[in-house]
Structures are given as structure tokens and as C-alpha cells.
Design a protein around this ligand. Structure first.
Ligand SMILES: [Cu+2]
Length: 192
């Protein structure tokens, strides 16, 4: 089911942006580090694939349609790069693609960002700057997030943790690798 849904989404996105898989590969391989600011302590660590679902299950949100809603003073948001993404990448939280995240304003939000996609680096950064996003991102300022992940190989995934205390407002999370946000690798955050 999930694979079928992904394939349909890929077709839809390719039609929308007119970006071929080959272009996407070229952009991803180029992957210079512009815009990839490091915010806070977010060194990537390695995990074994057998532990992936255990880490993902630490997410404290509740899925409501295309949103994930968090409560409490220290919610935990576990964001993964969607494993069936080729050729267009996306984020995934609780099996929802690029969900809108509802966070309690003033809470201490703990994020875990996971990249288990072989051969590709990704990042997760939070900003007030909304779409549309160009192929070359100039995100100013980055409020929280990770640097570019190392590239997973073998039976490993890369993950990084960071925290953020959002004031009420609207924000966006995105990947800074050239072309990824332009192809839809972003989502909205509403802190209230
Ligand atoms: Cu990406």
C-alpha cells in the first residue's frame, strides 16, 4: 500500500515540477554545503537498522489527518527521511509525509532526525521562511536543525538530535540539499 502511494506521489510531483530523476540525482550528487548551517549540538551518530523502528517509536505525537499534534512541556518529534522516496525526497513523521507539526509554544521540543536512505545525505532545518523554495536555498536565519547527514551505507542509519523552544507562530522545516525543498522536501510547523 505504502509503496503504491509513494509511486503515485512521485508521478504527481514529477508532473508538477517537471524535474527528471536524472536531474535529481545530479543535484543530489553535487550537494555543496551552502545554507547548511550547524545550529546547536547536533553531531550525527550511527544506528543499526534493527534499531530503527525503536527510535521512530519514541515520537510522542498523535496523527490527525495530514498533521501530527504534540502536547506537554517536552514533546519528542522523530522525523525520518522517507525510505521509498526516489526520485523525490520527503520527510516522514509517524508514517505521514511532510506533516504539519503542531507544537506547544514555549515547550522544550526534542527532535530526532533520521536518515536511513542509502547513498544520500539530507538535513532538517527550521526557519520562518516559507515556500516557494528555489533550487538554491538561502535560508536566513536558521532557527534550529541539523547539519548535512553522513551518507548511510550497509545496515546503518544516521541520526542527530537537537532541541528548540518555539515561540508561537508559523515555521517551516526543510532539507537544504539543492533541489530537495524545491521538489517538496518541506513541511509546516505551527506553534500555539
Ligand atoms: Cu534532502
Amino acid at each position: 500500500m505504502k509503496m503504491l502511494r509513494k509511486v503515485a506521489m512521485v508521478r504527481e510531483r514529477r508532473g508538477l515540477w517537471g524535474v527528471s530523476g536524472l536531474t535529481w540525482v545530479a543535484l543530489t550528487m553535487a550537494a555543496p554545503a551552502w545554507g547548511a548551517s550547524v545550529v546547536g549540538t547536533n553531531a550525527f551518530k550511527w544506528g543499526n537498522d534493527a534499531k530503527l523502528s525503536a527510535l521512530q517509536s519514541q515520537d510522542s505525537g498523535v496523527v490527525k489527518g495530514a498533521s501530527v499534534v504534540y502536547t506537554g512541556s517536552a514533546p519528542h518529534v522523530v522525523v525520518s527521511v522517507s525510505p521509498a522516496e526516489f526520485p523525490t525526497p520527503s520527510f516522514e513523521v509517524d508514517n505521514v509525509d511532510n506533516p504539519t507539526l503542531y507544537l506547544p509554544a514555549g515547550s522544550d521540543v526534542h527532535f530526532t532526525f533520521i536518515n536511513s536512505v542509502r547513498e544520500f545525505s539530507h538535513s532538517m532545518q527550521i526557519t520562518r521562511q516559507g515556500p516557494p523554495y528555489g533550487m538554491e536555498l538561502k535560508i536566513q536565519p536558521v532557527l534550529a536543525g541539523t547539519s548535512l547527514s553522513p551518507v548511510p551505507t550497509g545496515a546503518q542509519f544516521a541520526y542527530a538530535k537537537f532541541s528548540w523552544q518555539p515561540a508561537s507562530g508559523t515555521y517551516y522545516y526543510l532539507c537544504v540539499i539543492p533541489g530537495h525543498a524545491a521538489m517538496g522536501m518541506y513541511g509546516k510547523i505551527i506553534a500555539r
